[in-house]
Design a protein around this ligand. Structure first.
Ligand code: GLY
Length: 566
């Protein structure tokens, strides 16, 4: 086993070269406000709102609209997500603006004549759920906003109308987005009909600017019952899609109670169902409790083994018990019961990996229906903390990168393929080998199970951390690891985000190790029975940690995120 030769401070940790090939990186800091996002222009939009007296929710709404312009792969009007809010006075809420299945959706809608899943849940007009993002941002603004609605859309409108300078990552991302080539409107707007955008070019989106402008003038009802709604529904009808004006009119953001838990004196505030992410975070923390998994340091064999085994047991439960709580009774309390988690913990062999075939969903009378779903790896997350200590964590998504690749004609925004987060067919493993349960079957109006894990952590009633990530089924593990790196291994958020991560999701029975993972740990894990595979990334985590009066930010330096602070 590798030793944690200098426990405690990050500087000390970095002298232990055997526990992780991570470079020492000081976090960007601020004292008044901070926005951490995956696209720098949008991060700066949020910072300007804060500097001009807006609160964290104002900034979060403005960042959300700006990302829809500058980060088209995941920022969106045509998708959905979650916003977790904790005000400085301790008030909390969770806004669920996840897409929902249209009324015409049905359980077997993605099965072909042979009874097998088709690709229609990922590609084409039928793959879209009813979008929630505009409703979610409007609900957040109505409840907590202090700036005029139109002021929060103004930066996005300007970026869409006047254009923004395409960065190298954006140029590369657009060029490699295969699905954008299939749709004439997307090809025209995002690929310049094959004359691809190069770094330094200006990308203008006049149709998107007009849509945003109408939303700025008339509010969210424009998107759900106005010109935008009618044009979107007409395009759906023309192309065999399912979403109607009635679906759009009926869409509602749902305010839910955040899921709460406690870990080593920290209060965890996280995503409730229809996300599985918060349950995963709390289950993994609960299973780890008392194991001293951290005694040998981060990314040591012992730490990875216990964390991976806890992950494995969570993903088994996820497959069976989790779905939209308005359609399926999710057994939240039993899943977080300390006695249940102790039982799960007791099945971990300290010396060997447990084969996934020997791990089942663990609540009494589990029905292992074995239904399959697929999750993509593209989503986006951002955090905002303002000078008052209000904190917002937002994860929202089109599901796949650029969603289904279809741009609503004349409206300028991409459509989601979130229907693919539902179960398409009982029984067979999907392309990622994930198996699931009846809880996540398609029903009209239902929201597909998500992994998105926006999380806010406090200590002694004071804000400590805001964190989240994109990354499909790996969101939960990525976010959990970074939180553990900060709490248990005392790392600053930038070094925690930079540390190579790992992922274990029960099925397939593979431990994924991110590039740069310590070789000695990898060898030791193989000897314990893990089937190990390299992977480029395990979620793309964004984090803010509060230290006294200082905000510290961590963003994926492997990508092009930004910590904007003042
Ligand atoms: N579409 C990714 C997620 O919600 O987990």
């Amino acid at each position: 086993m590798q030793s944690r030769c200098c426990a405690g401070l990050l500087t000390a940790f970095l002298c232990c070269t055997n526990v992780g090939e991570v470079s020492a990186k000081e976090p960007v800091t601020g004292t008044h406000g901070m926005v951490v996002a995956q696209e720098p222009i949008a991060a700066d939009v949020g910072l300007e709102i804060l500097k001009n007296g807006g609160n964290a929710v104002d900034a979060a709404v403005a960042v959300g609209f700006a990302l829809a312009v500058t980060h088209s792969s995941a920022g969106n009007l045509g998708g959905g997500g979650f916003m977790l809010v904790r005000l400085a006075n301790g008030a909390t809420t969770f806004l669920d603006f996840r897409e929902c299945a249209p009324r015409k959706a049905s359980r077997d809608m993605y099965l072909g004549p042979d009874g097998e899943p088709t690709r229609d849940s990922i590609f084409g007009w039928r793959s879209s759920g009813v979008p929630g993002s505009v409703s979610g941002f409007s609900a957040a603004h109505k409840k907590f906003g202090t700036k005029p609605w139109a002021d929060l859309l103004a930066p996005a409108i300007k970026l869409a109308r006047d254009g923004f300078v395409v960065s190298e990552p954006v140029a590369e991302s657009l060029k490699s987005a295969e699905q954008l080539r299939q749709d004439p409107e997307s090809k025209r707007i995002f690929l310049r009909d094959g004359d691809y955008y190069k770094p330094g070019d200006v990308l203008r989106q006049p149709e998107l600017a007009e849509t945003l402008d109408r939303i700025a003038q008339h509010g969210a009802r424009e998107f759900y019952d106005g010109e935008t709604a009618h044009r979107l529904a007409a395009a759906m009808t023309a192309h065999g899609g399912l979403i109607t004006v009635d679906d759009l009119k009926a869409y509602k953001t749902i305010e839910r109670k955040p899921l709460t838990g406690e870990y080593k004196g920290f209060q965890i505030l996280t995503a409730p169902p229809p996300s599985a992410g918060g349950l995963g975070l709390l289950q993994i923390m609960g299973i780890l409790t008392g194991t001293h998994y951290d005694s040998d340091g981060p990314n040591s064999t012992k730490a990875v083994h216990y964390e991976a085994e806890a992950m494995r047991r969570f993903y088994a439960d996820r497959s069976e018990y989790m779905g939209d709580p308005d359609f399926y009774v999710v057994p939240v309390k039993p899943l977080l019961n300390p006695a249940y988690l102790a039982k799960r913990r007791s099945t971990i062999d300290p010396q060997h990996a447990t084969p996934s075939d020997l791990v089942e969903p663990g609540l009494p009378k589990a029905m292992n229906a074995g239904i399959t779903w697929y999750e993509s790896t593209e989503t986006t997350h951002y955090n905002v903390v303002d000078a008052h200590g209000n904190a917002v964590a937002v994860t929202y998504t089109l599901n796949n990168s650029y969603g289904n690749g279809i741009t609503a004609p004349g409206l300028g925004f991409l459509l989601n393929d979130e229907m693919d987060d539902f179960v398409a067919k009982p029984g067979a493993p999907n392309m990622f080998g994930m198996v699931g349960g009846d809880a996540n079957a398609i029903e009209p109006g239902k929201r597909p199970l998500s992994s998105m894990t926006p999380t806010i952590i406090t200590k002694n009633g004071k804000l400590f951390m805001a964190v989240g990530a994109p990354g499909g089924s790996r969101i939960t593990t990525g976010v959990t690891e970074v939180i553990l790196d900060v709490i248990d291994f005392h790392m600053n958020p930038q070094s925690a985000v930079d540390l190579p991560r790992f992922h274990e999701q029960w099925k397939p029975d593979i431990l994924y190790l991110q590039d740069g993972f310590p070789a000695a740990t990898e060898d030791a894990l193989k000897k314990m029975g893990y089937q190990v595979k390299p992977t480029e990334g395990v979620a793309r985590v964004e984090a803010i940690v509060v230290k006294g009066h200082t905000l510290e930010g961590g963003t994926e330096s492997r990508l092009h995120g930004k910590v904007a602070a003042y």
